[in-house]
Design a protein around this ligand. Structure first.
Ligand code: NAP
Ligand code: MG
Length: 501
């Protein structure tokens, strides 16, 4: 490969000779951190009945920046009495204000939340990146705008609820309890809150312990939007608080997004009650590349599908199924592409792969990658330097993967791609469906008829064709099999938040 001289201004400015760059290596850039002020408080209370209040226990825990291991803020630790206070406030609001308000009035509040979120978009993006570790270009260009889009979309529904179930009538359920994970902290709040509120329900929501900050900042917006007290309540803490939110007698429905393991615990604990439930659980998606696919576009789609947000994505394209005639070509291109991904400071606008959300998650990813090597798959990682502090993991590609390997079966929830091959479309469907999960899949081919056939045969809630990880508030999202049940987004998502008579 030809060697080219780097025009790096930064190194010349510092009087050092410009480094020799080999084409395909990483081009050195000066740091370009996003500088907006995230406006963090030193300490956050619980958001109950329209106000931030101290937890009854007086206890707090630290929220950590996974890129530096530094403390960002103290978060209130809720106990059972706080959860009860939140539900009591929600019930009162459902009975006296929100549940009785005409939809066209509720719409105004939802529009207000969406607009306030847009006004403070940069601030929210920086807060999300600091707390969760995702690259700023993702929180800025995806998470925050999509969260606002969900409020806009559902504001548009609030005065048209008669069309959610044409010919029948719909009514709110009352109070709902919601628990969400750490991979899209603000966006998951929007996915949960917007449809519930548009329908006239009041909510008690628990964010994940490692990423509570943007949920609490959203509570500030909810105050600024003048929502009646108790319509939205946010309680913070770890799994026990989640269990208290799911198990409380007041909510008519509980909605959970998280791991299949915890989803099953919740379902077992609620068996025999008359609570409605929706579960958005894990995934092990197959991204299927046929030999007639536009290969360069497909390679970008595969990279986006698994390395986006460090692979902390339930619908990540974590299994690549590639047609044998193009397998070597696709793998070579993928390796080349992975070598120029920038891993590092999530606040830097050039970063492609940010920090792993927690030390525990880094441990889980590392253990699964070790199992892949032990079981005989071939590992490829770029030699990129990792920051000395913080939790980072190199983008990883495994080839020669067998269906029996743990890395082909278990959700890794990290930047790790497992590559398998197939010879016929039937074999691709068979392998793609040979999993306990069924959240999403991708198909890359030039043939429209093949896309249609594959999308009916793949047992997945979402099938992307010649693209990956595309979302829209109007498009329902949800799983098959152990990926859960219920839909979020679109008219179907609203149906999960109402009584239809
Ligand atoms: P998790 O461990 O299941 O936690 C999810 C949430 O549940 C967190 O807020 C957690 O609290 C809480 N929780 C833990 N134990 C609980 C219990 N016994 N009862 C009630 N709540 C409890 O999942 P995660 O590791 O945060 O997130 C990753 C998982 O979420 C992956 O499996 C991913 O596929 C899935 N996910 C699915 C979707 C989807 O739409 N299908 C979307 C995003 C993520 P703490 O974390 O604070 O302890
Ligand atoms: Mg954090």
């Amino acid at each position: 490969m030809p060697a080219i001289k780097s025009p790096s201004l930064s190194s010349r400015r510092r009087g050092r000779p410009a480094p020799e760059l080999i084409f395909g290596d990483l081009w050195p850039y000066d740091p370009a951190p996003e500088t907006a002020d995230p406006k963090l408080k030193a300490r956050y209370g619980l958001f109950i009945n329209g106000r931030f209040v101290a937890p009854k226990s007086g206890k707090h825990f630290d929220s950590i920046n996974p890129a530096t291991e530094g403390k960002l803020a103290e978060i209130a630790l809720a106990g059972a009495a706080d959860v009860h206070a939140a539900y009591t406030a929600a019930q009162r609001a459902a009975d006296t204000t929100w549940g009785r308000m005409p939809g066209r009035e509720r719409a105004k509040y939802l529009f207000r939340i969406a607009r306030l979120l847009q006004d403070r978009a940069r601030e929210f993006a920086v807060a999300e990146t600091l707390d969760g570790g995702k690259p700023i270009k993702e929180s800025r260009d995806f998470d925050v705008p999509m969260a606002a889009a969900h409020f806009f979309y559902h504001a548009g529904w609030a005065d048209k609820l008669a069309y959610v179930a044409p010919g029948r009538s719909v009514a709110p359920l009352g109070v709902v309890g919601q628990v969400i994970p750490w991979n899209f902290p603000l966006l998951m709040c929007a996915w949960k809150l917007a449809p519930a509120l548009a329908m006239g329900n009041c909510v008690v929501l628990k964010p994940a312990e490692t990423t509570s900050i943007t949920a609490l900042k959203l509570a500030e917006i909810i105050q600024d939007a003048d929502l009646p007290p108790g319509v939205v309540n946010i309680v913070t803490g770890a799994g026990e608080v989640g269990a208290a939110v799911m198990g409380h007698p007041i909510p008519a429905k509980v909605a959970f997004t998280g791991s299949t393991e915890v989803g099953k615990i919740i379902m077992r604990s609620l068996a025999g009650t008359d609570k409605k439930m929706t579960m958005e659980l894990g995934g092990k998606a197959a991204n299927i590349i046929f030999d007639d696919a536009p290969i360069d576009q497909a390679v970008e789609g595969i990279i986006n599908g698994i390395f986006f947000n460090q692979g902390h994505v339930c619908c990540a394209g974590s299994r690549l199924l590639v047609h044998e005639p193009v397998a070597d070509r696709v793998l070579a291109k993928l390796k080349q592409r992975v070598q120029v991904l920038r891993v590092g400071d999530p606040l830097d606008k050039n970063t492609d792969v940010g920090a792993i959300n927690s030390k525990e998650q880094l441990g889980r990813i590392t253990a699964l990658v070790k199992s892949g090597v032990r079981e005989g798959a071939e590992l490829f990682q770029p030699a990129c330097p990792l920051p000395a502090k913080g939790w980072f993991f190199r983008p990883t590609i495994f080839s020669n993967v067998a269906m029996s390997h743990r890395i082909a079966r278990e959700e890794i929830f990290g930047p790790v791609l497992s590559v398998l091959t197939f010879r016929t479309p039937e074999e691709a469907v068979e392998k793609a469906n040979n999993t306990a999960y069924g959240l999403s899949a991708g198909v890359w081919t030039d043939k429209g008829s093949r896309i249609l056939k594959m999308s009916t045969e793949l047992k997945a809630g979402v099938v992307w064709a010649n693209t990956y990880n595309k979302f829209d508030p109007a498009s329902p999202f949800g799983g098959y099999k152990e990926s859960g049940f219920g839909r979020e987004g679109g008219r179907q998502g609203l149906l999960d938040y109402c009584q239809v008579t």
